[in-house]
Design a protein around this ligand. Structure first.
Ligand code: ADP
Ligand code: MG
Length: 352
């Protein structure tokens, strides 16, 4: 099994820099997710690893071997795309065996590999169907099967679930997690969906405009983000951000009626900061308190979200621990533990 190393990897199209020096280590058997908004360079980075896109600068090693100029077919990788691109006139079995047949593998060996992939993906009953006789989820399973039969050291997935409806996406997400357990290979998985990233990854790489913003386990990024971008990108509903000014180590909130949040910030008075509080960190107890007016309630059954503001401040999202008594129009004392409050400077970096 192979790990990968990216050293100062860059990509330009003409004078446009798309990937701006990415350093990253991926351990053997690790499930790594590249996540970030559309256009941030996720696919470009993945395609450079696959060899589908030339690398402008830096070094890519897979299994300890420099791969920058190695043919895609010799990198020990297999890629699964968002669009399945199955051959319409071939059966599932033929689609899955195609790459092996093309590579001149003997028939009995192809049958063995294809049957094994079909078993893993529970495709057995569908093997003689053609793609048009399959659902979207089944087609994507065939596309994954096609990658499995090649027995790669590294799987690359580029938004493989984006074309599926919400329910099927959840189902396939669990299948892919199971697949990783069973195959024990390195997986690099690209998505713009932070929930997919949180649920699948051993390690998440957050990308923005061709730069890595932070690398870490899902819970590390959730609990301890390095900057405003990661804090806002990871988590649903999103972290609340409140503009504040430091005064005597505490934070005054001009847009929320100048309420003051006790803190122990070691920056100069007058420094502008952004306070980050996750919706679920508002509680009915806690030594910090923010008086808010409830504007809107959402009952989801298992959870009740309240949207609350004060003065000129934006509405904040409060997860209320399913408080079904809370009403719009209520004045509400949103309490929290000061330790759960994150602070960011004017440069968007965390103040720790
Ligand atoms: P993502 O997969 O994160 O949505 P991409 O890797 O596809 O983003 O694209 C990253 C950036 O590179 C985008 O701004 C895109 O417009 C640009 N880009 C991608 N392919 C090309 C190309 N062949 N020529 C010029 N620019 C490109
Ligand atoms: Mg993409």
């Amino acid at each position: 099994m192979s790990g990968l190393e990216l050293k100062n990897i860059q990509k330009s199209y003409g004078s446009v820099e798309v990937i701006k020096g990415v350093d990253l280590e991926i351990a053997s058997k690790e499930f790594v997710v590249f996540v970030g908004p559309s256009g941030c360079g996720k696919s470009t980075l993945l395609r450079m690893i696959a060899g589908l896109e030339p690398i402008t600068g830096g070094d890519l090693t897979i299994g300890g071997k420099r791969m920058n100029d190695v043919d895609p077919s010799k990198r020990g990788i297999a890629m699964v795309f968002q669009t399945y691109a199955l051959y319409p006139h071939m059966t599932v079995r033929e689609n899955m065996g195609f790459a092996l047949r093309f590579a001149g593998v003997k028939k009995p060996e192809i049958a063995k590999q294809v049957d094994e992939a079909a078993r893993i993906l529970e495709l057995g009953p569908l093997m003689e169907r053609r793609p048009k006789e399959l659902s979207g989820g089944q087609r994507q399973r065939v596309a994954i099967g096609r990658a499995i039969v090649r027995n790669p050291e590294v799987f690359l997935f580029d938004e493989p679930l984006s074309n599926l409806d919400a329910e099927l996406r959840v189902h396939m997400r669990i299948e892919i997690a199971r697949l990783h357990k069973e195959l024990q290979t390195t997986i690099i998985y690209v998505t713009h969906d932070q929930v997919e990233a949180m649920t699948l990854a051993d390690k998440i790489v957050v990308l923005r405009e061709g730069v890595i913003e932070q690398v870490g386990t899902p819970l590390k990024l959730y609990d301890d983000p390095d900057n405003l971008f990661v804090a806002g990108f990871i988590g649903s509903p999103k972290m609340n951000f409140l503009k504040g000014v430091v005064e005597g180590g505490a934070v005054r909130l001009p847009d929320y009626g100048n309420q003051v949040l006790p803190a122990n910030v070691k920056v100069a008075d007058g420094t502008p900061v952004t306070v980050g509080i996750r919706p679920e960190h508002f509680k009915i107890s806690g030594s910090s308190m923010l008086e808010l007016k409830i504007e809107l309630i959402e009952h989801l059954g298992g959870e009740t979200y309240a949207y609350a503001g004060y003065g000129a401040g934006e509405l904040l999202t409060l997860a209320t621990n399913n408080d079904r008594q809370i009403k719009a129009g209520d004045t509400y004392q949103a309490r929290f533990d000061p330790a759960s409050m994150l602070l960011f400077g004017a440069d968007a970096q965390r103040i720790r």
